[in-house]
Ligand binder design. Structure first.
Ligand code: F6P
Length: 193
């Protein structure tokens, strides 16, 4: 594909409260980002009307894409890394309730699998069909989640499993990757809300 575009969903109520996972709605700032997104996309994406928008099945990505006039497709495979027993907790609560898990995640974040949940390695595996499709397509904008976009970014930028779980994918930023021979050229368009 020529360019790949992606953005995290707008700030969610769980983001505001510092809670993991869930299926919360957007915050007021998140809704503001959703309203700004059509202009941001139209400003930076040539032939923006040709884009197809891929979201997860979670409310926060669908609500972020809501005002975009484009065709949309919701993929279950794009849902956020499943935090299992840690879902709905803060990082502090995870540390209190599952101290050993917290330590082992710190030691090997790529391979650590949440109890009744997933690891980054699991996510990379479940994303394979999405990535195969993405390689064949043109004009895709993904509205996704932090862990998912780290995996997609690492795939196109050839980043190691060690670095992948620490890639910074900030909120309210449209990222453009242009695949080249070895790595991708990258541009980031941030909105201040
Ligand atoms: O905090 C937002 C979030 O998307 C959580 O839902 C998810 O568990 C987390 O980020 C992934 O980031 P990390 O792997 O660094 O905990």
């Amino acid at each position: 594909p020529r360019n790949i575009y992606f953005s995290r969903h707008g700030e969610s109520l769980f983001n505001v409260m510092g809670l993991l996972g869930g299926d919360s709605e957007l915050s007021a700032r998140g809704k503001q980002y959703a309203r700004t997104l059509p202009l941001l996309v139209a400003t930076h994406v040539p032939n923006a009307e040709r884009l197809t928008v891929w979201t997860s099945t979670k409310k926060r990505t669908i609500a972020t894409a809501k005002h975009l006039p484009n065709k949309k497709l919701a993929w279950k495979a794009l849902d956020e890394l499943e935090a299992g027993k840690a879902d709905g907790l803060t990082y502090e609560q995870v540390e209190e309730q599952f101290p050993e898990d917290f330590a082992s995640r710190d030691q090997d974040k790529f391979n650590y699998r949440y109890q009744e949940g997933e690891s980054y390695r699991d996510v990379v595996n479940r994303l394979e069909p999405v990535l195969m499709d993405l390689e064949r397509q043109q004009d895709i904008l993904i509205i996704g989640h932090q862990a998912i976009l780290r995996c997609i970014y690492a795939y196109f930028m050839n980043l190691s499993h060690e670095r992948l779980p620490y890639i910074k994918i900030p909120l309210h930023t449209l990222i453009q990757l242009t695949p080249g021979t070895y790595a991708c050229d990258e541009k980031r368009y941030k909105v201040d809300i």
